[in-house]
Structures are given as structure tokens and as C-alpha cells.
Design a protein around this ligand. Sequence first.
Ligand SMILES: Cc1cc2nc3c(=O)[nH]c(=O)nc-3n(C[C@H](O)[C@H](O)[C@H](O)COP(=O)(O)O)c2cc1C
Length: 503
Amino acid sequence: MSDSVTHVIDMATPWLSILSDAFLFFIGLVVLFLAIVFIRDVTQTKDAVLRNYPVIGHFRYILSTLGEFFRQYFFAMDREEMPFNRAEREWIHRASKDKSVNIAFGSTKNLSQVGTMIFENCPFPTLDEEAAEIRPISIGEGYCDTPYTAKSLINISAMSFGALSRPAVQALSKGARMADCWYNTGEGGLSSFHLEGGADIVFQIGTAKYGVRDEHGNLSDEKLREIAAHDQVKMFEIKLSQGAKPGKGGILPGDKVTEEIAKIRGIEVGEPSISPNRHLDVNSVTDLLDMIFRVRAITGKPTGFKSVMGGFQWIEELCLEITKRGIASAPDFITIDSGDGGTGAAPMTLMDHVGLPIKESLPAVVDILEQHSLRNRIKVITSGKLINPVGVAWALCAGADFVNSARGFMFALGCIQSLKCNKNTCPTGITTHNTRLQRGLNPQDKAVKVANYVKQINHAVGVISHSCGVREPRELQRKHVRLVQHNGLSTRMDQLYPKSKQS
Ligand SMILES: Cc1cc2nc3c(=O)[nH]c(=O)nc-3n(C[C@H](O)[C@H](O)[C@H](O)COP(=O)(O)O)c2cc1C
């Protein structure tokens, strides 16, 4: 062996010895750690799996947590996940980046699945030069001092500052202004961040009346006037219920109640913000009409209510009461939410099993309004998984004037459906008040994405309407859409709901 090789070996020997000692020390630590876990597992009494399978039992929990992510990235097919599958989410991600939403080769959708919407294409579709602009609709015209005219088919549904982070609210506000759609504050009150982008605002009056309540929690005329004095605030929406939690008030977990949010809501920092499960002063359709009258009279702006439908008898009663009082007493709009709507936090039982899905409730409510000759007076807004052009076009066919979306806009903001809205750990900064996580959400950049999403939805619904042979989306009717039935064949919507005069 040459001298130089011997020299290298001599140099390396002490290092090898240190490394092998370190390795042995590390192994010792691991063994000690496993021994502690073992003793803890077999002596605890709360978890049967860990007691019976000490140490290795932990893999069950680790794998089931990781499984959530693995399924999304590796195993779930494009049309499989809930509440929104990859194909639906991907459409929004591409649309919001203003990229092409064209796909190749053929549809991956199972077209014989019950409820699939199939639009009746016209053999002689509308030519581009025959197409018309989307028709704006006026809300409260002739019944309010300041009616509101809106055009966008899709608008931002109620999501409070609190459920959403500050940069998310800023991005939505700016994006809504760029796209010329409205932005509903949700039940958490109005903040400067809602206003700073210059968007049209719908102020929601939740059951706790955040932002418009006096020191006893009652509706304050003075606060209503203050809110209505903002030109940007265009309408007032009284929230009776939302699809994800009918009969339960808003729930903002304590760790999301920051100083800023506590101030806007008038509550304590760090305390959970729980609203009553109904307006204490609204216990019947007559109370509801009284409240609508009061809010409209004070604010001069269109006033309506939001509800998920459980049944329809009360809508019949509401219409009869309106007929008795006179058409001016009617709400200027009704927002119908779907039983499968989203939220920041709600009990699973209510999310899964209380409140009708929009496919059933929207056409039914529209029909009742028509039967009472109130359809023109009361504008219909609707929400519930209508995040892609097909859902929006279906809602227009069913009789809606406007669509609202919450989660569609969350996807436009970059949401990856990690289902952590209730944990203050949202990885995309949308529903967290952790400033480190919020750093990923640049309001300026995301505002452009929000605007692109609206633009692409309005455009794509236009394309569907032209394919159906009408000039613009608001000319779509029930006769233009078919729904697949249990036998795998589709039936035209006007035949499913023959009472409607629409067809
Ligand atoms: C994070 C989050 C917060 C929400 N906050 C409110 C709220 O304050 N008031 C309300 O009426 N609805 C609220 N909703 C419900 C939405 O406005 C909407 O009705 C529902 O999610 C259905 O629309 P989507 O399927 O497009 O999400 C919230 C939804 C989400 C996802």
C-alpha cells in the first residue's frame, strides 16, 4: 500500500469511529423512544387498538391521515372525489388562470348517471353575429329608493370575514370589481377589506346581526343607516338559513376570532362566535315580511332573504301573506341555497341530511312564485355546487335570475379542497388567520383569477345557450335541458315540472 493511501486511512479512522458511535447512539435513541411508546400504549386504557397492538397500532392512524392526501393525488379518478371532483376543480383552476378549458379525446363523464344534465342542442345554433349580450336584471325596481341592476350570471356567495382570511376578502373584493359581479359579506359584518376593492356589496344580516346590532344584540336602525350609506352596499340579505347547517347559527371557532374580527363583530377575542339558530325576532312569515319592510324602509335598498328549503308550505304561506299585504311587501329577492352547500364549520348530520338539494328546491320555489304571479316581482338567486358553467346554465333553465357561489370562488383563490376550513390551518391561506399561511395568498394576483373565473363562466354559459339556439343565457328555459332518469334515459325538464309556465 502506498504511503498516500495509508495516510488517507489514518485520517479517516477517527471519523469512521465517531460516525459509528453516532449511529449506535441514534439507534439507542430510537429503541428508547419505541420502548417509551410501547409502555405508554400498553398502559393506557383509552385506545383499544394501541393497547392490543402497541407501537405498530400508530401506523393505522398515520396511514389513514396520509390516505386523505394519497387518494387525492394518486388514486382518486377525475370524477370521483367529494364534494368536488378533480375535473370540476381543474376547470376552475384553468379558467381562473385564463388558460384554455378545452380537453382532448372525449368525455370522461358517465352520461347515464341519474341527474346528469344534458342540454338540448339546436340543429341550427346561434351564430356569433346573432348572439346578444347578457341581459342585466333590475332588483327592487319600483319598490326601493335605490334599486340595483346587476348583470353577471355568477356572483360571490356569502362568506364572512372570519371564515375567510383578510387577503382572501381583499382578493374577492378586488376581483368582484374587476369582473363586475357582487360580493356578499356573509354574516360577519362589513369590513374595510370588503370595501377596498370597490366591488358591489350585498350586506348579509345574520341571526347575530353582526355589524347592525345594538348593545343588546337587537337590529339597530342607526347601524343599518350607516351601512346603507356606503354607495357600494347595493342590497341587504336577511339570512334565515344556509344549506350546510339549517337550523344552526354561524360557528366561528375561537382560534379564528382575532382582535380585528372580534372588533367588527362586537365580541370577545378568542371566544367562539356562535350565532342564534334563528333571528330572535322572526318566527313566522309575517315577522319575516315585517323585517324585510323595516330594512328596506330604512336603507332604501333591495332587501330579500336567504334560506335552504326543507318543504314548500311556508313559501305558499309567504306568497298568500304578500298577496294580502300587497305586492310591494314582497322580498325583492330570494336566495335559495342547496342542502349540500358548503360552510366553514357545521355538524355533519346537518350537512348530510337536512335541507333539500337545489335540483329539487329551485324549480319548486320558482313554480310557487309563478302560481302566485310573483315571479317577476321577486328575483331568484340560487347557490349550491353550481361552480361550473353547466350548473349555472341549468339554474337559469330552472328559473333562476342569478347564481351565487362560495366554493367556486374559493377554488379560484387557489383552494385545494384540503377540508381544513374549520381548523385555522388552511394550506392556501384562504380560511386561516395564521399570517405565515396567508403569505401564499397574494390579493392582487388572486383578484385577477377571481375576475377570470367570472369571465369564463359567463362566456361558457353563453356558449351553451348559443348551442341551444338562444341569443343569450337568460333566454334559456326548462325546455332546453334534460335530466337523466333511473332508466338511463333523459327527460326534458319542462316535462318533469309541468306546472311551470316557462316552457
Ligand atoms: C367558508 C364558507 C363560509 C360561509 N359563510 C356563510 C355565511 O356567512 N352566510 C351564509 O349565508 N352562507 C355562508 N356560506 C355558504 C355559502 O354562501 C353558499 O350558500 C354555499 O356554500 C353553497 O354554495 P357553493 O356550493 O358554491 O359553495 C359559507 C360557505 C363557505 C364555504
